[in-house]
Design a protein around this ligand. Structure first.
Ligand code: OFO
Length: 165
């Protein structure tokens, strides 16, 4: 059985992952509005991944005999100054989520809950990729130097990840 303290934090994490889903959908919509459909598709697919993260935790809570609680979500930010600002926010957000995952691992250790600690390892690894992806795109955006052609090519490249619904 999972401890009350850890269950509470895992439920907070479901909300954080759903908030990530909401934020990335909002970013996707921002890009679609600017006719950057490759960026929009990339963010839409990122949002889907966040929903999958939330469901992974939901499934784990159920498996361990706990009760999942779905808390209210705040309205996500919906406007940015430019493409770069969106990915700066993405990187900041992922760094925050990494901190949350590390906190969960610490609590699992304190509670001697080895099953939860092992479960969380997947998220530890995933966060390395999440931060690296955001950093990689941010670096590419820094090289654009206000060139519309370069932005068009990057939009095309990001669109390869998947399209809008
Ligand atoms: Fe769920 O990793 Fe991003 O937020």
């Amino acid at each position: 059985m999972i401890s009350e303290r850890l269950l509470k934090e895992l439920n907070v994490q479901i909300r954080e992952e759903l908030a990530s889903y909401y934020l990335y959908l909002s970013m996707s919509s921002y890009f679609a509005d600017k006719n950057l459909n490759g960026f929009a598709g990339w963010m839409y697919n990122q949002a889907q991944e966040e929903m999958a993260h939330a469901m992974k935790i939901y499934g784990f809570i159920i498996e361990r005999g706990g009760r999942a609680i779905f808390d209210a979500l705040d309205r996500p930010k919906s406007d940015w100054t430019d493409v770069k600002a969106v990915f700066e926010d993405t990187l900041k957000h992922e760094q925050y989520i990494t901190g949350r995952i590390n906190k969960l691992v610490s609590i699992a250790r304190e509670e001697n809950d080895y099953a939860t600690e092992i479960f969380l390892q997947w998220f530890v690894t995933e966060q390395i990729e999440e931060e690296a992806n955001a950093e990689d795109i941010l670096n590419k955006i820094s090289l654009l130097a206000n060139s519309p052609q370069a932005l068009y090519l990057l939009d095309k490249e990001l669109g390869a990840r998947g399209s809008l619904p």
